[in-house]
Design a protein around this ligand. Sequence first.
Ligand code: UDP
Length: 308
Amino acid sequence: MAKIIVAGGAGFIGSHLCDFLIEKREKVLCIDNFITGSKKNIEHLLKNENFSFLEQNISEKFNVEGEIKQIYNLASPASPVDYQEKPLETLEAGSLGVKNLLEIAKEKKAVYLFASTSEIYGNPLEHPQKESYWGNVNSVGPRSCYDEAKRFGEALCVSYRKVHKTDVKIARIFNTYGPRLAKDDGRVVSNFIIQALENKPITVYGKGNQTRSFCYVSDMVTGLFALMNSQEKGPVNLGNPQETTILELAEKIISITKSSSKIIYNDLPVDDPERRLPDISLAKKTLNWQPNIGLEEGLRKTSSYFNK
Ligand code: UDP
């Protein structure tokens, strides 16, 4: 039986995707170098006969044995704190890493799904963001290592499709949260939940009036799976169109966790996008997909995970 590669499979979204595919009795080859992923996320899968693991940096050339039918490439640092600490590794993952996996897809005639991001829209001047929007990205700012790597990755994907006829799909993933978010990677949902559970100050950056739209991880996984197994090539936005300000998020988390935390206001990071909201009409129409888990429910599940 041909295998499915999940690159970045020990990461947050990747490990949930591995679980989902194993549940569907697929054979999964998980690839990760633990730059931001964690062994803990896949420990429970190591004994499963359908699951194999390769410790490998995708930015270095490598081969895989046997038949491969699909490749999900989710391998990249994705939290602003992580990618700004590792800008060169992030740029390599989006360029050399994307190319090395595209070469494998070409050789094995596998379908390739590239995990791109809402960050390719930068600080968007169009709201909500449709796939047709070209974006507003600072090419030399602190986020550029990630934004431009992903933009280059998309360009590489469409060029492989054009030149080599590789079957390539592009998903643009909006903010995703849930169990297995790394507790120290600085993303807002994990930061706030941990602060709330410890009754410590909740660190809102800026005035907290910037917006994000948060998608629960199980919804993201079904979206990626639907795209991989559809006729759609994308780019397709995947995310939850329930927009919230960061201040509202803080208040919601304080209430859900019954925390005595107070909100404090820190400096807004440079180039922090002011608002972000996916237009998911394309995903609804072509993938028959939309998220099922609302913010309140998802935050409850996530806070009970962090509580444990
Ligand atoms: N943020 C915040 N407090 C934190 C962490 C993040 O107010 O402790 C804000 C951050 O400035 C941004 C939003 O929350 O406006 C989402 O940040 P995150 O790092 O999760 O992801 P981004 O959407 O910026 O990639």
